[in-house]
Ligand binder design. Sequence first.
Ligand code: NAD
Length: 282
Amino acid sequence: MADQHDVPRIALNSGYDIPQLGYGVFKVPPAETEKVVLEALELGYRHIDTAAIYGNEEGVGAAIAKSGIPRDEIFLTTKLWNDRQGGDEPRAALEESLTKLGVDYVDLYLIHWPAPANGTFVNAWKQLAALNEGEAIRSIGVSNFLVEHLEAIHGETGVLPAVNQIELHPAYQQRDVVAWCADHGVHIEAWGPLGQGKYDLFGVPAVHDAASAHDRTPAQVVLRWHIQKGNIVFPKSVKADRLRENFRIFDFALSDAEMSAIDAIDPGDGSGRVGAHPTELH
Ligand code: NAD
């Protein structure tokens, strides 16, 4: 069994580093969260991705407390919801999240969506940059930002996010956003790394063939593709066997040809998107 030391750490532009593999808890029911996060921590996961809107921060915090693992050995991310971006609301929202999580600080605090129709994401970014001067946040970042949103916050403040957490999987690679982030030293966190199970991993020959060649599952091949691309990932499952399977991706490597074949799955026309479009969610 792999352990936490097998997970590479990625240096962020904030000076902190992040385990490249974590566990995401979107849609994990609040009543189950403590149990599954505890299982993930026992399996060796040391990076948990939650959000205020997921409604399960208390469960995440309870699991961290119960695990007995020192706080500084766990990388914890939460996110500011769209209706808290205005005025000095981000400060209050952060305080609420810290209380629910039962921690003094989060490792990473993200603006969850740009929600451009609300006109408040630049304000929210200024607020996060100010909050980042204190002790309650180690790194700040954004999520679901397109190039136009990244340019707006950078242009207004000169402050770059540590990460941009976007929908990204072999069928939807957002190459323009990835290129902008690479040029500016912003790391990509890939949400929906397995396409949320909404496209048929097993049916795509490039994935299936690599899985057969390495005697791995298609999910392990897709996660390994992310790792070799440099993406930070935190696949979600509530099943212990899948949590274990998703952790076993550091003892094999895809060849250049296998990587290229998986790269080619996305035709670049946006047809593989499984989640909301960033300009449409408010
Ligand atoms: P995902 O791609 O991780 O897919 C989850 C689905 O894949 C689940 O149905 C699960 O049962 C299945 N799965 C997991 N492991 C598997 C395996 N080994 N074999 C077969 N199926 C497997 O999608 P996600 O949960 O949406 O994304 C991961 C995390 O990203 C979330 O939990 C959350 O933390 C984050 N996220 C962020 C945003 C955002 O707007 N910032 C949006 C969605 C998700």
